[in-house]
Design a binder for this molecule. Structure first.
Ligand code: BGC
Length: 372
């Protein structure tokens, strides 16, 4: 079968490889599932791995099959798989509990404290940019057929769902927390999914991006789901509070780390800031009003939390938000799926879109590996 791979730490090494079709019998406990890949999304993480910023090949290989945003259909199941059958649509989670930390042992590998973590398509495990994969049923989420068209967006949504679950768990400190307003920093595909998830929870949502409003599809999508859009070229997040008031929750997904200090100053008393950008560079910033920020956090009981990866429950929360969004704003989610590329052999096109997403006006580029 065909797969799209990189040589980790070698710049622009993305290429096609030929591999054996995997066998679910690899799972000796009878829990193996063979899945035919239908669609795979591409994101900044894939771009950064191809730019040699990170990524680790599995043991015994000098290449890593890319792809973690996935959607497929069950072809064959092991004898101990009762919850899935041939023909079911599925999305696989990304991280596996292969580390030695207590969190891996209790099935919350998204909280692993190990430096070496195991993520399909990212670190030490082959990913889903392939015609087939095998996986234990434990890591497969069943997708209702009515959501098949947009299910390739579930993995990025799972990251947000985990962030929001973190926030609500942390805010239990307050006994009563009735958040009303939220700011979402960044309106790329992760930002837009965050806007959606917060709108599904009834927040008044304010989205912020760098692009000017006029003619910007992402801004249009914010407004189409009942949120606002402002360009940070016109108003900083901190200053936007003069217009919208301070935010109960701020979700950062720009990839531009200096903005977090601005975000800290836009939080309401008892508010929470969630950081989700994996900023692999070495950007620095000065002119941080540290006394002011520190005092705001202390006197206002404000909180800030970083979040990465997602577990089964977060994917399941995402399926419910998708269903609600389709009911409330039919056709909104599919508008994010701007660039479909048919066939894994056309990987160069997908990576060109990733590298020049603003030239293409791309929100989400993805492979259609097989029509369904
Ligand atoms: C993936 C996460 C992963 C993170 C760090 C993100 O792009 O969606 O599943 O944990 O990268 O590798």
């Amino acid at each position: 079968m065909k797969a799209v791979a990189v040589i980790p730490k070698k710049e622009n090494s993305v290429h096609l490889v030929e591999m054996d079709k995997p066998d679910p019998a690899e799972f000796k406990d009878g829990r193996g599932v063979l899945v035919e890949v239908l669609r795979v999304g591409a994101c900044g993480t894939d771009r950064e791995i191809n730019n040699a910023e990170y990524g680790v090949a599995p043991k015994g290989f000098d290449f890593l099959v890319l792809g973690h945003e996935n959607f497929g259909r069950v072809v064959e199941t092991g004898k101990n798989v009762k919850e899935l059958k041939k023909g079911d649509f599925v999305v696989a989670t990304v991280r596996r509990p292969r580390g030695s930390s207590i969190y891996d042992k209790i099935g919350t590998q998204d909280f692993t404290t190990d430096d070496k973590y195991y993520e399909r398509g990212i670190s030490r495990l082959h990913g889903f940019m392939a015609e087939f994969y095998v996986e234990s049923a434990d890591f497969l989420i069943k997708i209702p057929p009515a959501l098949a068209e947009i299910a390739v967006l579930l993995e990025p949504l799972s990251i947000i769902e985990k962030g929001l679950k973190q926030a609500s768990d942390i805010q239990e400190r307050l006994k009563i927390w009735r958040p009303k307003t939220a700011a979402v920093l960044g309106t790329g595909n992760v930002g837009l999914l965050t806007v959606m998830a917060l709108r599904m929870r009834g927040y008044e949502v304010h989205g912020f991006g760098r692009n000017p409003r006029t003619g910007y599809l992402n801004a249009e999508l914010c407004e189409a789901i009942g949120a606002t859009y402002d360009s940070t070229e016109d108003v900083s997040v901190k200053d936007s509070t003069k217009k919208y008031g301070e935010y109960d929750l701020v979700f950062e997904c720009t990839g531009f780390s200096p903005i977090i200090f601005d975000a800290m100053q836009s939080l309401n008393e008892n508010g929470i800031l969630i950081l989700s950008s994996v900023t692999g560079g070495d950007r620095k910033t000065d002119a941080v009003p540290s006394d002011k920020i520190n005092q705001m956090f202390v006197l206002g009981n404000r909180a800030m939390v970083g979040t990465v990866n997602a577990n089964r429950e977060h994917f399941e929360m995402g399926v419910k938000d998708f269903a609600l969004c389709e009911a409330m704003y039919p056709g909104w989610l599919v508008r994010m799926m701007t660039h479909k590329v048919e066939g894994l052999e056309n990987f160069a096109e997908v990576f060109d879109i990733l590298e020049h997403s603003s030239k293409y006006n791309a929100i989400k580029a993805y492979f259609e590996v097989k029509k369904f």
